[in-house]
Structure formats: structure tokens, C-alpha cells
Write a new protein. Structure first.
Length: 292
């Protein structure tokens, strides 16, 4: 609907409506114009009614006529003016009612518009606050993601280190097992050798003792010599027994060394098993906020 319709067009439309014998109203004048806002047309229509009275008063100035005709014409004209003023007053009342209703409607529309604007402002403020909160949350999540990525990289490095240590421990374990097997084999060989040697010494000692006893029985005259020989054999037997004791001590030392190697191997297994467990670094608190 157009706004700012010219004044002379509104006045001409009101004259056209009045010429048809109808009372000029806002709707009739707008219908005659085909455009114009009710507020603009109503204000100009008030001016048209005011000027209509002036126009009617101006029409009373008539040229010189006969007295009776002039008086009759003036009477008829005054009566028409009176009737026109009544119509004008009624139209003005109606226009004022229409304008009051329009003002009330416009006031309600303005009030609703103000309420809608306030609601829109509140919604915009809430949306802005939500946007700012979302941006802050996004920044926190990006920081947390960076921290998690750093922790993942640290854990991967720790995992690679643990795998490398595990391979080294396995290689060391294999070497220790080989050494232990070699030591066990060597200890077993030495034990067998010592047992064979001890059996040989004991056999020789028994044979010597038996031979000495047989020689003692064969010749009493040679008893002293045999006694000395027996003493010699006894000393030799003691030497052999001493050597046997030392051999047994060496064998015990070899067994102790084998047991020590077995304990070291067990400790290596325990350390290797402990290193296989992943070590999780405790996440450190960030200065910008706690880690989630």
C-alpha cells in the first residue's frame, strides 16, 4: 500500500465521492484513489472537511439579484450549508472513530512489535551466549584433543621402548639360558669326572689296604716294614681323602654357582614380565582447564 499520496488527489477523490451523493469516508476515498494509507487519507480528509465549510461559506457571496430571489436563494443555501455541516460533523465523528480505532490498532501493533523485538533481542542474546559457550567448549575440546594426542604419542614411544627392551631382555634371556645349559653340562661333566676319580681313588685305596693286609699276613717278619708301609698308605689315604674332600667342595661350589645362575635367570624373567606391562603416564592438569 502506497504512502505519501498527494493532497490534491485526496481532495479530488473526496469531491468525486460527494458528487455521487455519498458521504466521503476513509475507505471510500481510498477505494476511489486505489491507494493511500488509512492514516494519510484520514488526516487529509479532515482537512478536506474543514475546507469544505470554507468553500460553502464562500459560495454565499452571490451577484446582485432581486431581493426576494436573493433572500430565497440565501435561505435555501443556508439550509444546505446547515445540512452539509451536520453531514460534515457526522462524517468527522465517524472519521474520528475510525482514526481512534486505527490508532488503537497501530498502538497494539507497535506494542506487539516492541514485545517481539524484545523477545528477538533476548533470543539473539541467548543465541550469542550459546555461540560463545560453544566456541569456548570447542576451544576446550581442541586443547583436550591436543593433550590426548600428546599422551598417545608418549604412550606409543613408551610402547616402542618397552618392545625394544623386551627384545633385548629376550636376547639376554636366551644368552643366559645358553650359558646356564653350558654350565649345567660342564658341572655335570665335572661331577661325573669327580665321582669317577673318587671311585678310582677309593678302589686304589681299598686295593692298597687289601694288598697291605695280604702282605702282613704273608710275613710276620716284615711287620714293622708293613707297619711303616701301612702308615704310608694311611697317610696316602688321608691325602686321597683330603683331595676327595676338596673335590666335593669344588663340586658343591659348581652346584651353588648353577643355583645362582638359575636365580638370576628367574629375576630376568620377572623383570621382563614387569616391563611387558604398559606404563600409563598420569595426565597432567592443564593451566587452561582440567583435563577431561
Amino acid at each position: 500500500m502506497a504512502v505519501g499520496v498527494p493532497e490534491h488527489e485526496v481532495f479530488a477523490a473526496a469531491d468525486a465521492v460527494l458528487a455521487r451523493g455519498e458521504r466521503p469516508t476513509v475507505e471510500r476515498v481510498r477505494l476511489e484513489l486505489g491507494r493511500g494509507s488509512p492514516t494519510r487519507v484520514g488526516g487529509l480528509l479532515d482537512q478536506w472537511w474543514a475546507r469544505l465549510a470554507e468553500r460553502l461559506n464562500g459560495e454565499t457571496r452571490l451577484p446582485a439579484l432581486p431581493g426576494e430571489v436573493s433572500q430565497a436563494f440565501v435561505a435555501v443555501w443556508q439550509q444546505a450549508i446547515h445540512l452539509a455541516q451536520g453531514v460534515v460533523e457526522m462524517a468527522l465523528i465517524e472519521q474520528r472513530e475510525v482514526l481512534d480505532a486505527e490508532r488503537e490498532r497501530l498502538a497494539a501493533v507497535e506494542d506487539q512489535a516492541r514485545q517481539d523485538a524484545a523477545q528477538f533481542r533476548q533470543q539473539a542474546a541467548e543465541a550469542l551466549a550459546g555461540h560463545q559457550s560453544a566456541e569456548s567448549r570447542l576451544a576446550d575440546l581442541e586443547l583436550l584433543l591436543a593433550q590426548r594426542q600428546t599422551q598417545i604419542e608418549d604412550l606409543q614411544q613408551q610402547r616402542e621402548g618397552l618392545l625394544r627392551e623386551r627384545r633385548e631382555a629376550q636376547q639376554h634371556n636366551q644368552a643366559l639360558q645358553q650359558d646356564l645349559q653350558a654350565l649345567r653340562f660342564k658341572a655335570e661333566q665335572e661331577r661325573l669326572a669327580q665321582e669317577s676319580y673318587v671311585r678310582g681313588v677309593e678302589d686304589r685305596a681299598h686295593r692298597e689296604v687289601d694288598r697291605a693286609r695280604e702282605e702282613g699276613k704273608a710275613s710276620v717278619t716284615q711287620l714293622k716294614e708293613v707297619g711303616r708301609h701301612v702308615e704310608h698308605l694311611q697317610r696316602r689315604l688321608e691325602s686321597i681323602q683330603t683331595e676327595l674332600s676338596q673335590t666335593q667342595q669344588r663340586t658343591a661350589a659348581q652346584h651353588a654357582r648353577a643355583e645362582t645362575l638359575e636365580q638370576q635367570l628367574t629375576q630376568v624373567h620377572q623383570v621382563s614380565a614387569a616391563k611387558r606391562k604398559p606404563r600409563i603416564r598420569k595426565p597432567t592438569a592443564s593451566k587452561n582447564g582440567p583435563a577431561d
